[in-house]
Ligand binder design. Structure first.
Ligand SMILES: Nc1ncnc2c1ncn2[C@@H]1O[C@H](COP(=O)(O)OP(=O)(O)O)[C@@H](O)[C@H]1O
Ligand SMILES: [Mg+2]
Length: 225
């Protein structure tokens, strides 16, 4: 699903964010990326998402060569293949929950009735069906993040990318998001989860890598679960 070959990323100032990093992720894996602040986790996620370009190396996701896409092609790639979840939800407060979830489907041109059915089914599956007509401003952090996950999944992405999805949540809300990720993993969703939270990685991931100074220092597949 993800083939990363000798990727490096240098910004203008400072040491390189990624150094000759190679990584393959199979369909159905839930990969947790751990590592200290500044170790390159978000840079890696952004490069896989086509939001940032590597300085060297190649990235192929679900058959798409991602590292050299132009802006329009990159946006198209994300719409077709990627679901993105960030620390701070990025929901639109003027839209209801269900309309937030419908947005990517509309952008992708999914027929309206089909999109509504899909959104309703997802919200139910994620345990927030009763919130469909609510506005995000009235929800708890955990509920908002579940809405953000539903939005990320509405187009059935090949790959779900989550960058510190519990980073802004209290422990009860974090637990809701953790359970949801476990559920998605059981559904067979391929997930790349960037997190500081070792317990979250242990609960969700089938495989964990650790980044230090832009290089992989550990790569471990979880034993039987
Ligand atoms: N847009 C940017 N411009 C310059 N340096 C950056 C930029 N984004 C990240 N960096 C640097 O790259 C390194 C890795 O950052 P990042 O990928 O955000 O790490 P992490 O997500 O593990 O905390 C850090 O040294 C950071 O300062
Ligand atoms: Mg980060």
């Amino acid at each position: 699903m993800i083939e990363i070959h000798e990727v490096s990323k240098r910004y203008d100032a400072g040491p390189p964010a990624l150094v000759d990093l190679s990584l393959n992720v199979r369909a159905g894996e839930t990969l947790a990326v751990l590592g200290p602040s500044g170790s390159g986790k978000s840079t890696l996620l952004n490069i896989i998402a086509g939001l940032d370009r590597p300085s060297a190396g190649s990235v192929v996701v679900d058959g798409v060569r991602v590292d050299s896409l132009g802006e329009a092609a990159s946006a198209r790639y994300r719409r077709a293949k990627i679901g993105l979840v960030f620390q701070f939800f990025n929901l639109l407060d003027d839209l209801t929950v269900v309309d937030n979830v419908l947005l990517p489907a509309q952008l992708a041109g999914m027929p309206r009735a089909k999109a509504r059915a899909r959104a309703g089914e997802l919200l139910d599956h994620l345990g927030i069906g009763r919130l469909a007509r609510a506005y995000p401003g009235r929800l708890s952090g955990g509920e908002r993040q579940r809405v953000a996950v539903a939005r990320a999944l509405v187009n059935r992405p090949a790959l779900l990318l989550a960058d510190e999805p519990t980073g802004a949540l209290d422990s009860a809300s974090g637990a809701q998001v953790r359970e949801l990720l476990v559920r998605l993993r059981e559904d067979g969703q391929t997930i790349l989860l960037v997190t500081h939270d070792v317990a979250l990685a242990e609960a969700c991931a089938s495989r964990t890598i650790e980044l230090v100074d832009g290089a992989i220092t550990r790569d471990a597949t979880a034993v039987a679960r």
